[in-house]
Design a binder for this molecule. Structure first.
Ligand code: CP
Ligand code: NVA
Length: 301
């Protein structure tokens, strides 16, 4: 693994390797004998807001012996029109790797091909691979094997997190249902590329029947704020609440990538009843990303 740009590019074998390492890092947090990023400096180029991704990467890099520099687009010349390729070539002379959170997937791809250092996608409009790897890892902790488990992704099925779920589910043998209104369903090209056991429906109640997991994300993703009113209206019947959960398997898990908007995609009571799983997901971002950092640093040696 030279970069982590999409979940689509990861093999099931590499996903397994990331999970094994993350499990070990989680168990031995604070007790690492060697520091795999010792002497390294990683850049965090963020063009969108972040709590979890930024902090978990900064902490993870530090725990592995490296240091990080946070570079907001407002502060670097890229925000004033310097090209992605030139930025990549310059930063490759200073840094050992970068995490990029931005709008266009093409920008992370371009950075990776113009530069010479590992690039991690920390969320684009197309994908959020670190999030979904942490989600899948969380499910392995709860269930062991993921093969044949049923997961329903409810709400904005055309968003970055759902796109990464299409690939993540396929590669781990999960049966994925996307419950969303027509205009928020995954694009045909995405479904074709994922080619997994994936079902798309407008019928939320039917999708939830006997499911092991119900997953949701915000209804208004970053960059979609002008569509806010229309989105909240179209997605209102895809809220995770106690009524809809009656159809799920007894003890079904509820997951949320966060940040959560109570009363919109999830009710406050359902959120609190499932906060253990939801904050496990958030914590696992740290362990999964440390595993990714180690594997990328190793691949460069
Ligand atoms: N889930 C997630 O990526 O959160 P942040 O936007 O806070 O990084
Ligand atoms: N789909 C959301 C995920 C936030 C972590 C967004 O892009 O804003």
């Amino acid at each position: 693994m030279k970069h982590l740009l999409t979940l689509e590019q990861l093999s099931p074998g590499t996903i397994g390797e990331i999970f094994e390492l993350a499990k070990e890092l989680k168990a031995r947090r604070g007790a690492l004998a060697d520091l795999p990023l010792k002497g390294q400096t990683w850049g965090l180029i963020f063009n969108k807001a972040s709590t979890r991704t930024r902090v978990s990467f900064e902490v993870g890099i530090r725990e592995l012996g490296g240091t990080s520099i946070y570079l907001s687009s407002a502060d670097i010349q890229m925000g004033r029109g310097e090209t992605v390729a030139d930025t990549a070539r310059v930063l490759s002379r200073y840094l050992h790797g970068v995490v990029i959170r931005t709008f266009a997937q093409n920008d992370v791809e371009e950075f990776a091909s113009a530069g010479t250092i590992p690039v991690i996608n920390g969320l684009t409009d197309d994908e959020h691979p670190c999030q979904v790897l942490a989600d899948l890892f969380t499910l392995t902790e709860k269930f062991g094997s993921l093969k044949g488990r049923k997961v329903v992704f409810a709400g904005d099925g055309a968003c970055n997190v759902c796109n990464s779920w299409l690939f993540g589910a396929t590669k781990t043998g999960i049966e994925l249902w996307v419950a969303a209104p027509k205009q928020f369903q995954p694009g045909k090209d995405w479904l074709k590329r994922a080619a997994g056991n994936i079902h798309v429906t407008e019928d939320f109640a039917a999708a939830v029947r006997d499911t092991d997991v119900v997953y949701t994300d915000v209804w208004v993703s970053m960059g979609k704020e002008t569509e806010s009113t229309a989105r909240l209206k179209s997605l209102s019947s895809y809220q995770i609440n106690n009524q809809i959960l009656k159809a799920a398997k007894p003890g079904a898990l509820v997951m949320h990538c966060l940040p959560a908007y109570r009363g919109k995609e999830i009710t406050g009571d359902v959120f609190e009843a499932h906060q253990q799983t939801i904050f496990d997901q958030a914590e696992n971002r740290l362990h999964i990303q440390k595993a990714i950092l180690i594997l990328l640093a190793k691949a460069r040696q």
